[in-house]
Design a protein around this ligand. Structure first.
Ligand SMILES: NC(=O)c1ccc[n+]([C@@H]2O[C@H](COP(=O)([O-])OP(=O)(O)OC[C@H]3O[C@@H](n4cnc5c(N)ncnc54)[C@H](OP(=O)(O)O)[C@@H]3O)[C@@H](O)[C@H]2O)c1
Length: 184
């Protein structure tokens, strides 16, 4: 996760993004910045600092709103082959897809994947559809979706809701897709 990691980083360097005006981060804790070619002494600029993503396949969980959508909007202009976002609600998901498509180069395929992290059946179905439509390639998997607090509750499999969504759900989808990341 690029942006949510930014938000929780330790303080040593000042980074600015369009969605989070002032963020501090420790460079050693975040090797992803080396990939992103970020000079830790300069201002982070998604337009300049993110390299070309030509040919890459990206999947962002929870891409319909918030940091996930902001990440999709920042990444889509760097020309990936496919950019997938997930959402529980197809309506908000399709609205985000339209916004991303409007900003991305015409060659970028932007797609919505329905996913509810509180249900193993939903995770399985999402991973199956993604595999069927994309095949073996996966370059960037951003496990961004999540909740904090809210009403008490449990997932379909009986895990406490926040733990089940943020951790168990993501471990499960990661398990289904990790081999693609490794082989890509
Ligand atoms: N914002 C911060 O400063 C901050 C700081 C530390 C960590 N984080 C973490 O960074 C992530 C993104 O934060 P945010 O501020 O962008 O949050 P947000 O605006 O509330 O968005 C959360 C996203 O997670 C999705 N989601 C929630 N429950 C889900 C479930 N059961 N299955 C699938 N998707 C689900 C939401 O989809 P729906 O629209 O369907 O609900 C939404 O797309 C979260 O994991 C958050 O805990 C954020």
């Amino acid at each position: 996760m690029i942006f949510s990691h930014l938000a929780t980083g330790q303080s040593t360097t000042h980074i600015t993004t369009s969605t989070a005006p002032s963020i501090h981060i420790s460079s050693s804790a975040y090797p992803a910045y080396h990939y992103l070619n970020v000079n830790m002494h300069n201002t982070f600029d998604p337009e300049r600092s993110i390299p070309s993503l030509t040919g890459k396949v990206i999947l962002i969980t929870g891409g319909n709103i918030g940091l996930g959508k902001a990440s999709a909007l920042a990444l889509c202009t760097h020309n990936p082959a496919q950019l997938w976002i997930t959402a529980r609600n197809p309506t908000t998901g399709e609205t985000a897809v339209s916004e991303i498509r409007a900003l991305a180069p015409k060659t970028v395929s932007v797609k919505l994947l329905e996913l509810n992290l509180t249900s193993f059946a939903s995770i399985k179905m999402a991973a199956k559809r993604f595999t069927r439509e994309v095949g073996g390639r996966l370059d960037i998997l951003m496990l961004n979706a999540g909740i904090m607090g809210g009403d008490p509750g449990v997932t379909k499999e009986g895990y406490e809701k926040q733990f089940g969504t943020n951790h168990i759900g993501h471990v499960s989808i990661n398990k289904s897709l990790f081999l693609k990341l490794e082989l890509t």
